[in-house]
Ligand binder design. Structure first.
Ligand SMILES: [Fe+2]
Length: 388
């Protein structure tokens, strides 16, 4: 889709990316490059309990590691960030190595703030509040989806209020992302599919965002090509290291794209239903995506033709008016083949909660960038009902 003379944007992606099998084993080099000596590993309970990954990272860090904080839960909350920061302070940590999915990475971003600034995490909520670089942070993702290793965003749950808090600040961008396919080898197929669809949503939402721009467009379109080709392979065979590696790259690229261009209503609706009903973020996105594409179809025909083309569809006979519906059907076909749930009711969402979710979604930061302006929660409710 062409741009007119009013185009202006800033593209920012300073995180160093290291890719390759077993590159996580060289994490000590990155700690030393950052001139740090006391790394605290931040990981989630499940990974610490059921895999040897955190211990392996600790071992290769040797005396550069002061400990492991392994209390991160899915949808990590403020209290977890506080506990982690307290431990970090006690151990004198001068850098963080997060090992895990979005929850561990975002927890470490929150801890990076508290270790540097002190005070209450809520004081830094919002957009661009911090004025200086935060505690150095190296990320080793164990899922391929969130892209959080290259974004300036952290989403932390306020369990008391039952909502997700948004932190958007260039000063929390991780310093280094180590993409090692071996780290995602053990991810179950359902989570591989769900996190992969989160990346797909990042790429598509970056493309249809009001803040879209050509550099992010190019990155997002290639991420879509990779996801289309390699996500089914990674879901089918978790040991397929080529597919695992290409999915890590795709998720990373989609992360770069949306960190610059933002996301829209798919994420706004997924955040709300995720906070209320504990639906996995990737699954919520995956379920909501087709209905949101249809909702935005009349504004985004040309963009959706580009997405279809990146997905390998011959767009010769498809008009821009038809593109939204055709793309919605293609996405549904794609997620069915990945054996992912198709309805919100399949993932524990109760119909009576949809109205409240639609009201909360309307105040989500992501909805501002949706290509079609939404000011009425009844419109959101209609979309929720369509996929309930
Ligand atoms: Fe996401």
């Amino acid at each position: 889709m062409p741009y007119d003379a009013s185009l202006n944007f800033v593209f920012w992606s300073p995180t160093k990316v290291v890719f390759g099998e077993n590159t996580a084993l060289d994490v000590a080099i990155e700690v030393e490059n950052l001139k740090c000596k006391k790394a605290l590993i931040v990981t989630d309970r499940d990974l610490a309990k059921n895999t040897e990954i955190p211990e392996k990272i600790k071992k290769v860090l040797g005396n550069l590691c002061v400990g492991i904080f392994s209390d991160v839960e899915p949808d990590s909350g403020i209290h977890i960030v506080n506990q982690g920061a307290k431990l970090g302070k006690e151990l004198g940590a001068d850098c963080l190595v997060s090992v895990g999915g979005g929850s561990a990475i975002d927890t470490a971003k929150g801890m990076a703030i508290l270790l540097k600034e002190g005070g209450k995490l809520q004081d830094y909520m919002g957009f661009q509040i911090l004025t200086r670089p935060q505690t150095p942070h190296i990320v080793i993702p164990t899922t391929a989806g969130t892209g959080s290793e290259v974004t300036y965003v952290a989403v932390i749950k306020d369990h008391q209020e039952g909502r997700k808090l948004f932190f958007g600040d260039y000063n929390i961008l991780p310093n280094v992302a180590i993409l090692d396919p071996r780290m995602t080898e053990g991810l179950p197929s359902i989570l591989t599919g769900a996190t992969g669809m989160d990346a797909m949503c990042h790429a598509i939402e970056a493309l249809h965002s009001l803040q879209r721009e050509p550099i992010a467009d190019g990155i997002a379109l290639h991420a879509i090509r990779l996801i289309k080709e390699f996500l089914p392979r990674a879901v089918k065979d978790g040991k397929d290291m080529v597919a695992r590696g290409q999915m890590l790259i795709a998720a990373n690229m989609a992360g770069v794209a949306f960190s610059n261009a933002q996301v829209g209503m798919v994420h706004a609706l997924a955040h709300s239903v995720g906070a209320r009903f504990k639906v996995h973020h990737g699954l919520a996105n995956s379920i909501l995506l087709p209905a949101c594409l249809k909702y935005n179809a009349d504004e985004c025909g040309g963009i959706y033709l580009d997405v279809l083309s990146a997905m390998g569809v011959d767009i010769g006979g498809i008009s821009p008016d038809e593109a939204g519906n055709v793309l919605a059907d293609k996405i549904t076909e794609f997620t069915r083949k990945l054996c992912l749930p198709q309805r919100l009711r399949d993932v524990g969402v109760l119909e009576e909660g949809l109205k409240e979710c639609s009201e909360i979604a309307l105040s989500d930061g992501a909805i501002v960038y949706n290509p079609k302006f939404i000011s009425d929660s009844a419109e959101v409710l209609k979309v929720y009902r369509e996929v309930w």
